[in-house]
Every structure is written in C-alpha cells, then in structure tokens.
Design a protein around this ligand. Structure first.
Ligand SMILES: [Zn+2]
Length: 306
C-alpha cells in the first residue's frame, strides 16, 4: 500500500518536472495538390508540419483522378495548398466532399500560392473551346522558375504565421534559409545554362515559359497544336519544317507525355528529345525542389552541349 502510494506520488512529480511528452505539439497537417508545393512546404514548416501531396510528380497535374482516399486526407487537414490559376481545378470536388470547413475557399486553411506571381500568357481575347485547355488566368506552370519558388515559399510562410503565431520566428528562419539556398543555386543554374542563352527549343506542352524566360531560351514551337490537344500529323509537319528552318536542336517534354510524336520529329530533324520531370518525384533523382531543377538544368545542358 505504502509503495503504491509512493509510486503514484513519484509519477506525479515526474510529470510535473517532465511535462513535455504529454503536451507534445501536434504538427500542422498540410495537404498539397502537387509534389512541388509539398517539397517547399516541408522546407518552411520542417518538423512543425506534416505534409502530404495528393498527386505524384509522374502524373499530369492538369488531370488527376480523384479518389476516396484523397477525401479522407482532406478531412483532417489544417491547411490545403494549391497551384491555382486553373491548373488543379480537380481539387474543388474533393474540398466539397471532405466537408472540412477549415480548408474552404476564403478560410485560413485554403492557400492558393499563385498570389504575387508575375503571371505569363494571360489571354487577351475571348476564350472558347476551340483554343484547347487555355488557362483563363494565365499560364499556371510557374513553380518551375526558382524565383517563383521564393514567392510560393513566402506565401506558405505567411499563412503558417497566421495558423501558428507562436512559431513565427521558426518559420521565418526556415524561409530565409530556403531563399538563401535558392539564390545560391540560381547562380549555379544560370552559369550552367549561360552558354546556350538565346537558343531556340521545341516543347511538347506550353509548360515552360517561366523557365525559358528565366534562363534565356526561346520556345520556337510546341508539339501540341493547342495546349492540351495531342499532336496531329498535320501540325507535326509544320513543327518539323519550323525546326529545320530555325535550327532547333532540342525537344523538351515532361515524363508523362507520349514520347512517340517527339521521337518522330527528332528522327526527321536530328534534334534530341529531352524528357524531364516537371515536378518533384517525376524522376528518381528529383527528390525535392532543388534536385528537380538540378535535373532539368543538367539534362538540357547535356543535350545542347552534344
Ligand atoms: Zn498546362
């Protein structure tokens, strides 16, 4: 009897002295629509967040098949981060199905990180179905420009300050570290691509304007006749002529598109097909945002050198 009382007493003392395990902070549960946003969110939130991406880098982010398991993930989320600009429109049905009020549009748990991005390709004329899957708010493939990764990171950090004000200085420190690392890598990436500045390249889909602007390439033509419309023989004929005229030596395309049309054009023109991940996880070496850009830069440089 005496012993058990003593045990209870010591346990109580122990809990008073070491209350931490009992009061362990719960990480902020973040769901992102794409793997790139997950990678950047992890850099800012580190151990204070738990991040899950709903899509993989090997998938076309315009068309993600929605699944019940995604609804379950959203049900418990504190923060949903999306690319916006009409890219990940598939998320809307999932938000509704989750019935999680916290992540609804306008709530602190809903974050569209395209805010503050200098948007390209904003349509100036009226849009109709004949134009392909034109993104009405401009080109949404902005994450691939490292300068924009800093805008994304700042948007995420600001929202995390709001959700967890007591951790503001922690997130701020991580944001500064991330920005410094981007700036350092940008010098390296620019140096690597500098010899090819002004070169013309062909692309499969209109997903590269932010990247080509940043690194000084010119997109001479696209294999898709219109964004989202698969290459047709007639259009490819025009592409081949154009590439011959303008001495285009590289066809840049994402891992999830059909390689056959690109191989055909390459055969006719002597150009090289460069298949790259456009998102984190799109290739096994593209493990995070930095290695993703490393991979793209490396592959383009190697193709243009040859
Ligand atoms: Zn697109």
């Amino acid at each position: 009897m005496k012993i058990s009382k003593f045990l209870v007493f010591s346990l109580a003392i122990l809990l008073l002295v070491f209350p931490l395990p009992l009061r362990a902070e719960k990480p902020i549960k973040i769901i992102t629509t794409t793997s790139d946003l997950a990678s950047i969110a992890k850099e800012i939130g580190k151990e204070k967040v738990e991040v899950v991406s709903l899509s993989k880098g090997t998938q076309d982010p315009h068309f993600i098949e929605v699944r019940p398991s995604m609804v379950m993930k959203l049900k418990n989320a504190d923060l949903l981060i999306l690319v916006g600009m009409h890219l990940d429109v598939w998320i809307q049905a999932l938000i509704d199905a989750s019935r999680n009020h916290k992540i609804k549009y306008g709530q602190p748990g809903y974050l569209d990180v395209s805010a503050g991005i200098e948007k390209l390709d904003i349509p100036t004329s009226k849009i109709d179905a004949s134009m392909g899957h034109v993104h009405i708010y401009g080109n949404p493939h902005y994450w691939i420009d490292p300068e924009n990764a800093k805008v994304i990171a700042a948007n995420i950090a600001r929202r995390l300050y709001e959700i967890s004000p007591e951790d503001t200085s922690y997130f701020k420190k991580n944001l500064n570290k991330f920005n410094e690392r981007v700036d350092k890598k940008l010098i390296e990436w620019k140096k690597k691509l500098a010899p090819f500045k002004g070169q013309k390249i062909a692309v499969y889909h209109r997903s590269w304007p932010y990247f080509t602007n940043r690194f000084g390439f010119i997109v001479a033509c696209e294999l898709e006749p219109k964004p989202g419309i698969p290459p047709s023989p007639g259009h490819l004929k025009e592409v081949i002529e154009r590439m011959r005229q303008e001495n285009v030596r590289v066809i840049l395309m994402e891992v999830f598109y059909d390689e056959e049309p690109a191989r055909f054009v390459a055969q006719q023109t002597g150009a090289k097909v460069v298949v790259v991940p456009n998102s984190v996880g799109g290739a096994k070496e593209a493990m995070d945002y930095f290695s993703l850009v490393d991979t793209i830069v490396e592959k383009i440089a190697r193709a243009l050198e040859g």
